[in-house]
Design a protein around this ligand. Structure first.
Ligand code: USQ
Length: 386
């Protein structure tokens, strides 16, 4: 039995926040979720409905308690409000604070000036407030920050895990691995990493920065058959991520929307492995003064490979799916070298759940239950990078 820790989850209403809360609660940790419903608001403003509606946080916490008898505490408020974050931190006294409270869509951040500004200010000021609240109110708390593999971009060399040793004119130094984002959203995550590293050096904070790839899936062990506990499932062009989108497109009978050549390669992971990774990191915290960076993905695929896998899994359910190559709305390399290291989480004990035909078939089966709710107007890309 692991030692029960007090875990504060910022962004606890989101696609990953709510499943993380249930997972940590089930493992015996004391959990409190915080959210200001920013994602719900932005999705409504962008006409980007999720596949089904989900209850609000107080309701979700009640449902969880009714199912398991375990309390998940909640607070509705904005992490950009320093006094709010400080008050709940002083009351809850967290051992761990998991920071998901960011605007997490690359297309949203590229939509226009207001969207870019919101992303920049929200993401950096939530991280900044968290750092200051930890320094003042909970200096021993472990900060777990959700970063992204997209911080590294797609360099023509191997991607290391956070750091790189550089030899220059006969001298050596250990630096943060070079970063170059391909959207403003990804760039805010680079700034977050820099901010955290600065305060780790200045104030001896204990930080784990997780470079996560695109996540797929929606069912977790904690949900079981209680679909009221499902996370948001976005499939639109702005908030939906590629695997989840392709599954919905297949069910809706729409050709899969591969952008450009489809040679874009990323490190993917099952939502089950996000939860497993967070659990491992919570229970094996960074040391004071340590900036631990872990690459959080389990396997690499190109977008064309993903499309073919979804096509094959759909075919086995009798669904005929076509693959289309749309003009790429983004500015990104469509054919490139990609080889990223991922040793840290394996060493902590991560046992991957790979993207198999069965996993995709199970996702398709769940999505089929909501087939009538799919809004096909939000599938095609509406945001262009240029
Ligand atoms: N793509 C398509 N067709 C689509 C949607 C996406 O070809 O219909 C392509 C994109 O052009 C891109 C790749 O798939 O090359 C991934 O796109 P995505 O929308 O699945 O993911 P991305 O915008 O990179 O962002 C998502 C999450 C973000 C997280 C990131 C991890 O929204 O929060 O940080 O995945 S990573 O991609 O490693 O940076």
């Amino acid at each position: 039995m692991v030692k029960a820790l007090r875990c504060l989850i910022l962004g606890g209403d989101g696609y990953l926040g709510w499943p993380t809360a249930m997972y940590l609660s089930k493992r015996g940790h004391e959990v409190m979720v915080v959210d200001n419903y920013l994602h719900r608001q932005l999705a409504a403003e962008c006409n980007a409905p999720a596949l089904y509606s989900v209850p609000d946080l107080p309701e979700r916490c009640k449902l969880w308690q009714a199912t398991n008898g375990i309390e998940i505490r909640h607070a509705i408020g904005d992490v950009q409000d320093y006094d709010f974050l400080s008050t709940i931190t002083r009351e809850f006294l967290p051992d761990t604070i998991i920071h998901y409270a960011e605007q997490r869509s690359a297309p949203f951040s590229m939509k226009g000036y207001q969207e870019a500004k919101l992303t920049l200010i929200n993401n950096l000021s939530t991280t900044f407030n968290l750092i200051w609240v930890v320094m003042r109110d909970a200096p021993n708390a472990h900060i777990i920050k959700l970063g992204t593999m997209g911080e590294y971009g797609t360099p023509n060399i191997d991607i290391e895990e956070g750091w790189i040793d550089i030899e220059h004119k006969g001298r050596k130094e250990h630096f943060l691995y070079p970063r170059q984002g391909s959207s403003l959203y990804h760039t805010t995550k680079i700034h977050d990493t820099d901010l955290l590293w600065f305060y780790v050096r200045m104030a001896g904070l204990r930080v784990t920065d997780l470079m996560q790839g695109p996540v797929y899936g929606l069912l977790t062990e904690e949900i079981g058959n209680n679909f009221d506990l499902l996370p948001f499932f976005d499939y639109d062009d702005i908030f939906g991520t590629v695997v989840n989108r392709f599954v919905v497109q297949a069910v809706a009978g729409i050709p899969l929307t591969v952008y450009g050549k489809g040679g874009q390669t990323r490190g993917f992971l099952n939502i089950l492995d996000t939860l497993q990774s967070i659990g491992l990191v919570v229970e094996n915290p960074a040391k004071p003064g340590e900036m631990r960076i872990l690459n959080q993905f389990t396997e690499q695929f190109s977008i064309t490979e993903i499309a073919k896998m979804v096509q094959e899994a759909s075919a086995s359910w009798g669904i005929k799916t076509e693959i289309s190559h749309l003009e790429n709305p983004r500015k990104e390399l469509e054919e490139h070298y990609y080889n990223a290291s991922r040793e840290g989480l394996s060493k902590l004990g991560l046992k991957p759940n790979f993207l198999t035909k069965e996993v995709l078939q199970q996702m398709i089966a769940v999505v089929q239950k909501y087939k009538d709710k799919i809004d096909t107007r939000s599938i095609m890309p509406r945001v262009r990078w240029s």
